[in-house]
Structure formats: structure tokens, C-alpha cells
Design a protein around this ligand. Structure first.
Ligand SMILES: Nc1ncnc2c1ncn2[C@@H]1O[C@H](COP(=O)(O)OP(=O)(O)OP(=O)(O)O)[C@@H](O)[C@H]1O
Ligand SMILES: [Mg+2]
Length: 237
């Protein structure tokens, strides 16, 4: 299915990518109700970013995995093959590798990594450094879908990184279900704070236009229904 509508949102994504390429990284929050098209827009961002030669790190959060600290971040680094890339690891000082080994036990070098400390600064710093090392090779676009379900440490890391993205041209995009923000007070506060400091750009997405909805129904229903039935479905949808 091609992307229907969303011209304004896509133009904004392109502008943010251009600014990131010029060295101004930022956090983008795509906010909207369930099913409105947030993930689809993030997919489009990944396509646009890939076309510009960027490396994509992506993951999503799950409501049932909220107990896993740094869950989406760990998944994103693993899925992109960053953690087992010897060329990247060789650039990380030993002390940072030890800190990272608390999240990625495969990095252990004989000494068992300590359990996650209460003070998260060491691990935040190590992850920020990892992002800087990876991003120095190829600009990064990090896409974290369904971030309203992210665990607390993931939200705190987002805030930590958002304030330190200006150097490397990293773009960090999250999607958030508007109605889930009620049950995610830390995320809500974090997003408010970051946007008041101009580290965050919101893009709220609403329903498709009537014309785009009709096109969507026509493409999905294609030959299955008559044009009249298609128009009726579109009006209902
Ligand atoms: N602009 C669009 N053009 C074409 N298809 C779209 C568009 N927006 C959404 N869709 C399709 O509609 C469906 C729902 O969209 P999507 O999964 O992106 O919603 P969402 O906001 O991420 O939902 P959720 O809150 O459940 O995560 C998907 O099949 C998606 O591909
Ligand atoms: Mg989604």
C-alpha cells in the first residue's frame, strides 16, 4: 500500500532529516490515536532516511514487556547488528564495554558485569557513547515505535539523549498513542519538558482526508466491492 495523504507530515520529516544531516539532531514524537497511522509514518521516515544514506536502528515497545529495563533500546541495537560488529566495539574503551555488558552480556570479557546499578549515569553515558561511535560512521536514525509502553529507564534515557543529540546528527523518532499518555505520566512530563527546551518536535497526526480515505478503501477493497459500496465504506470509515 503506498502512503496516502500525509503530505505535510512527510514534508516535515524531510526538513528534519535535512537539518539532522546538517548536524542538528532532535527527537521527533509522532502522536495520535490508536490506528491513525503512526507506525506507517515512521516506516516512511525510515524509507526517507535510508535513501539519504542513514543507518536505521528500530524497535518497538510492548505493553507486556514494561518490566524489562531499556527494552526497546537493547532490541534496537541488537537488531541492527551493532553489538556484534567488531569494528564498532574496538572503538569503545574497555570501561564503557563493561558498562554496556550489563545490558548486553555477550560483551562480557571474562569478568561478570555488575548488575544494573541504581545510579544509571554510567549506563546512560555508555549508550550515548555507543550512539556517537555508531553515528560517526554513518548518520543514525533511531525509530522507537509504541513508546507509550516503554519502560521507565527507556524514557529517562530518551530525555538524557535528547539533550545531547546536537553534536552527532542523530534523529530519534518515537510514536505515542495519545490516549495512552494518561497512563504514562513520566513520558508525558518528559515530552513536555523536552519540547519546552526545544529538543523535541511533535507531530500530531489526525485522520486522513475524505478523499484519501476513499482512495484507501478503493485500494483495499479493489475488486471485492462495487464502487458504490466502496463509497459507502469510505464514508463510514
Ligand atoms: N497514510 C496511509 N496510507 C496508507 N495506509 C496507511 C496510512 N496510514 C495508515 N495506514 C495503514 O493503516 C493501518 C493502521 O496504521 P498504523 O499501524 O500505522 O496505525 P498506528 O497509529 O501505528 O496504530 P497503533 O496505535 O495501533 O500502533 C496499517 O495497515 C497502515 O499500513
Ligand atoms: Mg503502531
Amino acid at each position: 500500500m503506498p502512503l496516502l495523504g500525509r503530505q505535510d507530515e512527510t514534508a516535515r520529516l524531510r526538513a528534519w532529516l535535512e537539518e539532522a544531516d546538517a548536524g542538528r539532531g532532535r527527537v521527533i514524537a509522532v502522536v495520535g490515536e490508536a490506528g491513525i497511522g503512526k507506525s506507517r509514518l515512521l516506516d516512511e521516515l525510515a524509507v526517507l532516511a535510508t535513501a539519504r544514506g542513514r543507518r536505521i536502528l528500530s524497535a518497538r515497545s510492548y505493553e507486556t514487556e514494561r518490566v524489562l529495563a531499556f527494552g526497546p533500546w537493547v532490541d534496537a541495537f541488537r537488531a541492527a547488528g551493532v553489538i556484534d560488529d567488531p569494528e564498532i566495539l574496538v572503538e569503545l574503551p574497555l570501561v564503557l564495554r563493561r558498562d554496556l555488558a550489563r545490558l548486553f552480556p555477550e560483551l562480557e570479557d571474562g569478568q561478570r558485569a555488575a548488575a544494573l546499578r541504581t545510579n544509571p549515569l554510567a549506563i546512560f553515558t555508555a549508550l550515548a557513547r555507543l550512539i556517537a561511535v555508531v553515528g560517526a560512521r554513518r548518520p543514525l536514525t533511531i525509530v522507537l515505535d509504541d513508546f507509550h509502553w516503554a519502560d521507565e529507564m527507556s524514557v529517562r534515557l530518551l530525555a538524557f539523549l535528547a539533550r545531547r543529540l546536537s553534536g552527532p546528527a542523530t534523529l530519534l523518532a518515537i510514536s505515542v498513542r495519545a490516549e495512552e499518555l494518561v497512563d504514562a505520566p513520566l513520558l508525558r512530563r518528559t515530552l513536555d519538558e523536552l519540547s519546552s527546551e526545544a529538543h523535541l518536535a511533535w507531530t500530531e497526526i489526525g485522520p486522513l482526508s475524505r478523499a484519501d480515505t476513499l482512495r484507501l478503501v478503493q485500494q483495499v477493497a479493489a475488486s471485492a466491492v462495487s464502487p458504490e459500496a466502496g463509497e459507502r465504506f469510505a464514508a463510514q470509515i
